[in-house]
Design a protein around this ligand. Structure first.
Ligand code: ZN
Length: 311
């Protein structure tokens, strides 16, 4: 299996979720083994930021990557689209400090990348594969990861709300199966949206780019795109959050009630210097081999302090 990049440079503009201002995004082809590289302006000039767990500096409203005062926010849906379509190498120029929120889903990025075209490169694809089982939890929020030669997610949510409740979706990620989650929009509660706007946050948030709920139901006139749009979006976010690594991640993940913050803590844990949970694998035609010696065996299961699921 070979690495891929896009065939030509492509651009789009949209609204920034945080600022409410117009922001611009350019995607350029990148050489083999470049990975996904963000180019972001900061007080001391341009910075290159590779999506690694330590580069995530905020997860509150959306995921923000930062380095030396340069930061880019709302990267998760673009990253999900790149991983979903199997694109290894691309330069991302983010103007305005944010990736445009577009319609709150990954579908506009899928269209953009499809328009650019995807081409195979010469070098074999490298991935980071879960090397052994891990259970990572905070109260009701859980991520179980197991070795698997692909990216499989079984995601459950349980929100005490009449329009959400219990939802579950399993997906074996391929460019084709990604279409099941690509259109699912981010969602939020009216009371939280109003509070954020009072504090000068989420100024670009609207019914144009999110499913908004009050106590009784969905406020968007057009309704939902899928009856289980909420769990589809959480699974989409999980794909984007697991893309905060220099190489694509492989494993089988059983996830319940997780969010950007726990997803990032999980990645920091499994990528720690002495972690036994990851191995780098090069994908050859029809087989895979690990070029590095296996890591030491782990001591046991990791359980973190408890927090409520709905918080
Ligand atoms: Zn999202």
């Amino acid at each position: 299996m070979r690495q891929t990049t896009i065939m030509r440079t492509i651009e789009c503009t949209g609204i920034g979720l945080h600022s409410g201002k117009k922001v611009k995004l350019s995607l350029r082809p990148a050489a083999e083994n470049s990975g996904i590289v963000f180019h972001v302006s900061g007080p001391d000039g341009k910075r290159e930021i590779t999506p690694v767990p330590e580069a995530v500096i905020a997860t509150g409203l959306a995921t923000t990557l930062g380095k030396d005062g340069a930061a880019v926010s709302t990267v998760e849906h673009l990253l999900a689209a790149l991983r979903g379509l199997g694109i290894d190498n691309v330069h991302v120029d983010a103007h305005g400090g944010e990736i445009p929120i577009m319609d709150g889903s990954a579908a506009p990025f899928v269209m953009l990348l499809s328009e650019a075209g995807i081409r195979p490169q010469s070098a074999p694809r490298k991935v980071l594969r879960i090397a052994r089982e891990i259970n990572f939890a905070q109260g009701d929020k859980r991520i179980k990861a197991e070795p698997y030669p692909g990216f499989y997610v079984d995601y459950s949510i349980d929100f005490p709300h009449p329009s959400i409740g219990k939802q579950r979706l399993a997906l074996d990620l391929t460019p084709r199966s990604f279409s099941r989650v690509a259109k699912a929009r981010t969602f939020g509660f009216l009371r939280d949206v109003e509070m954020l706007k009072e504090r000068g946050l989420a100024l670009g948030g609207s019914l144009e780019n999110a499913v908004v709920l009050d106590e009784r139901g969905v406020l968007n006139k057009e309704g939902l795109r899928h009856s289980d749009e909420f769990v589809r979006h959480k699974l989409l976010d999980f794909i984007g959050d697991m893309a905060m690594l220099p190489l694509p991640l492989q494993g089988r993940f059983t996830v319940s009630c997780s969010g950007h913050a726990l997803n990032n803590e999980f990645l920091r844990h499994i990528t720690a210097a002495v972690s036994p949970y990851l191995e780098e694998v090069q994908l050859e035609e029809g087989r895979a081999f690990a070029p590095r010696a296996p890591r030491p065996q782990p001591v046991g299961v990791d359980i973190l302090p408890a927090h409520a699921c709905a918080s």
